[in-house]
Design a protein around this ligand. Structure first.
Ligand code: FAD
Ligand code: NAP
Length: 451
């Protein structure tokens, strides 16, 4: 019998541990490297790898039932939207429950990965030298490399106050915002959380945005808003109309709160979820503003011409998708864009798989689990990719639909609808299993062009 390919997993965050668990259970020989001393990645507050974007008060915004792995429920005592400490404990317990901690090499940074001429990969780490593998699973996360405003706002260098990116905000220093005049830029989830937090201690909080967002509460009709998924068999337009109607009835128009009217339809941007921001705006504790136009030594001027004294500016302007260990000539994501077949398989480079590199409307973890199982099938020869033309056409069709639907932004390059993605992958796996059976189930990690 042909031996199974050897595999290297980069990262032991929630995506990497999903991959490692699947490989472990399927009997693959593999290494999983993580720069940190523990699993959990982003969910380990003040992670010693310096890559966590968690702040002290962070709670998940996808409910726990949405986020948990299918075969390892979160403890019943957890609330619907647990604190980051609970989430980190949950991922840690997952590894022990399935018994693969010894397969993870901690405190080991993958520095360089090179494709070998005959297929496979040479992986160089800071502690284990260079090792060769047939296949590579990339699970290094995509919310750790801060994207500052590009280009920087005029006057950035003359501003005398503090400028910080949300990635570096920990919420630990009680005086950081106290009695200060704070400008928070962005309408994503980081901006919501940080503006709300600042609003309890700062003298003024201005929430600046270049476009509006539909702010979705965590609960609708007494249930977590993501606990009643609508079937992907219902046309998207119908699902969207139903959800938008419910939001309009229960929350109302954003303009009523003084926020800019969204320049896009509901679900045409990554969801902004907050129970608190509208209430803090209603209390006058957060004041909406348009985009920043420029900074002076002591003030921020906004695009409507208004100018406010400012001590702190928090840029909640998102993240870059980067793979510092890969040759950018081979694989990179300029402007966060990396076309992949169903967000896993690279169309030009075989033997490399991406786990968790997607932005679901819903949680990442169960999708990372699904992807991991699928990758194991591919590695074991039980699943075969479609022919190249079909594969490229599929990627193109998916991208066309995504870019057409979503607001043009570097944050909308890998959006998927949770239920639709699951259904699409399930169907594709059935087709690929038939193709594999027809091809005699050849092991498929090594060839440079995926089969
Ligand atoms: C503030 C915040 C809140 C969020 N809330 C939610 C939420 O509620 N629900 C949700 O679904 N998603 C949420 N997300 C999205 C987030 O991406 C996922 O929750 C999750 O962290 C993804 O896991 P991951 O394993 O892909 O990446 P990460 O959690 O970033 O883990 C990556 C791991 O790879 C390791 N690594 C990276 N590079 C190397 C290297 N070169 N060598 C060795 N190890 C390496 C890191 O040490 C880390 O452990 C949130 C993101 C942020 C920033
Ligand atoms: N509680 C939680 O669970 C929680 C908390 C925080 C973050 N998260 C998750 O973490 C991920 C990252 O969220 P995020 O909020 O940090 O980033 P994000 O979703 O990428 O949002 C970035 C925001 O900054 C704006 N922006 C970017 N560049 C700008 C510029 N130059 N000038 C003005 N505005 C600019 C974007 O506007 P455009 O839309 O116009 O590009 C957008 O509003 C998301 O998946 C999010 O759901 C979750």
């Amino acid at each position: 019998m042909t031996p199974l390919p050897t595999v290297c997993v980069i990262g032991a965050g929630s995506s990497g541990i999903a991959a490692a668990k699947a490989l472990h259970e399927r009997g693959f020989e593999f290494d999983c490297f993580d720069a940190s001393d523990r699993v959990g990645g982003n969910w380990v507050f003040k992670n010693r790898n310096g890559m966590s974007s968690a702040y002290r008060s962070l709670h998940i915004n996808t409910s726990r039932r949405r986020m948990e792995f299918s075969d390892f429920p979160m403890p019943a005592a957890y609330p619907d939207f647990p604190h980051h400490t609970h989430i980190a404990e949950y991922f840690d317990a997952y590894v022990d429950h399935f018994g693969f901690r010894d397969r993870i090499t901690f405190e080991t940074l993958v520095e360089r990965v090179e494709r070998r001429s005959g297929g496979g990969w040479d992986v160089t780490t800071d502690r284990c030298g260079t090792r060769s593998y047939d296949a590579l699973i990339v699970a290094n996360g995509h919310h750790w490399d801060p994207r500052w405003p590009e280009p920087a706002f005029p006057g950035r260098d003359s501003f005398a106050g503090v400028q910080i990116h949300s990635h570096h905000y920990t919420g630990e220093d009680p005086d950081f915002f106290r009695a200060k005049s704070v400008v928070v830029l962005g309408m994503g989830n980081s901006a919501m959380d940080i503006a709300v937090e600042a609003s309890f201690v700062a003298s003024d909080v201005y929430l600046a945005a270049r476009r509006g967002a539909w702010v979705i509460p965590k609960y609708l009709l007494g249930r977590p808003m993501d606990s009643v998924p609508l079937s992907p068999r219902i046309p998207f337009a119908v699902r969207r109309r139903a959800q938008e109607a419910m939001l309009r009835v229960l929350v109302g128009d954003m303009e009523r709160y003084g926020l800019p009217k969204p320049d896009h339809g509901f679900l045409e941007a990554h969801p902004t979820v907050s129970d608190d921001v509208l209430s803090r705006i209603a209390h006058g504790e957060i004041v909406p503003k348009p985009n920043i136009a420029e900074l002076t030594e002591r003030t921020v001027r906004f695009t409507d011409g208004s100018e406010m004294k400012a001590d702190v500016v928090v840029y909640c302007t998102g993240y870059k998708v980067t793979f510092p260990f890969l040759d950018p000539g081979l694989i990179s994501a300029p402007d966060n864009d990396l076309p992949l077949f169903r967000r896993v398989f690279h169309p030009d480079v075989g033997g490399v798989y991406f786990i968790g590199l997607l932005q679901p409307i819903g949680a990442i973890m169960p999708l990372a689990e699904l992807q991991s199982d699928w990758v194991c099938d591919h590695l074991a020869g039980r699943y075969r990719l479609p022919p190249e033309r079909e594969l490229r056409a599929d990627i193109e069709a998916e991208r066309r639909a995504m870019f057409k639907r979503y607001v043009a932004s570097k944050r909308h390059t890998m959006e998927v609808d949770f239920e639709d993605y699951v259904l699409g992958v399930r169907r594709e796996r059935v087709r690929g299993e038939r193709r594999a059976a027809g091809a005699g189930r050849a092991l498929s990690a090594a060839p440079p062009v995926p089969a």
